[in-house]
Design a protein around this ligand. Structure first.
Ligand code: THU
Length: 164
């Protein structure tokens, strides 16, 4: 038997420690919570991505009376970016969550399906995607999507021969 530890790395930052481009992207993600359509959960999520050409694309979670038909803010935003700018790598993604009348004090945590889509995008463009998770008290910064999903499933896995 062998114990194997998978390590991920994150940086915890205060708002004042962010650079201007990080503040800009997080501010847009925060603003986008206003556009959330979340009449069922009342959990408003905003997201924004910065593309390689500098373009910013933003989005929010979109719910549905048929609950599984809704989509998270991260995937709404990444799919919109990839659909409209298919030749542009996604360099950074920021998210913010608002519920009970305020932004969450601690960083919002992307769901597993969104992490899977982030990984696909990162690999598609072979470019690390910085992830910024907003909390009123502090922000988490991940240098790439891979850190949010160790042992992830990628296109190479479809061969059935990939060593994990
Ligand atoms: N949600 C997101 O938009 N992103 C996440 O990473 C987690 C959850 C949304 C989905 C749903 O509309 C609401 O938050 C509650 O789960």
């Amino acid at each position: 038997m062998q114990n194997i530890d998978f390590h991920i790395h994150a940086t915890r930052l205060l708002w004042d420690e962010l650079d201007d481009s990080q503040k800009e992207l997080l501010s847009i993600a925060k603003d986008m919570t206003d556009n959330s359509y979340s009449p069922y959960s009342h959990f408003r999520v905003g997201a924004a991505v910065r593309l390689a050409n500098g373009q910013i694309v933003s989005g929010s979670n979109q719910e549905n009376a048929a609950y599984p038909s809704g989509l998270c803010a991260e995937r709404t935003t990444l799919f919109a970016a990839n659909a409209n700018y298919p030749d542009q790598a996604v360099k950074a993604l920021a998210i913010a969550c608002y519920t009970n009348g305020h932004f969450t004090p601690y960083p919002g945590s992307p769901c597993g399906s969104c992490r899977q889509v982030m990984i696909e995008t990162e690999h598609r463009y072979n470019t690390p995607m910085q992830i910024l998770l907003y909390g009123d008290e502090y922000i988490y910064l991940f240098d790439n999507a891979q850190d949010l999903l160790p042992l992830s499933f990628l296109s190479e896995d479809l061969s059935g021969e990939k060593k994990p």
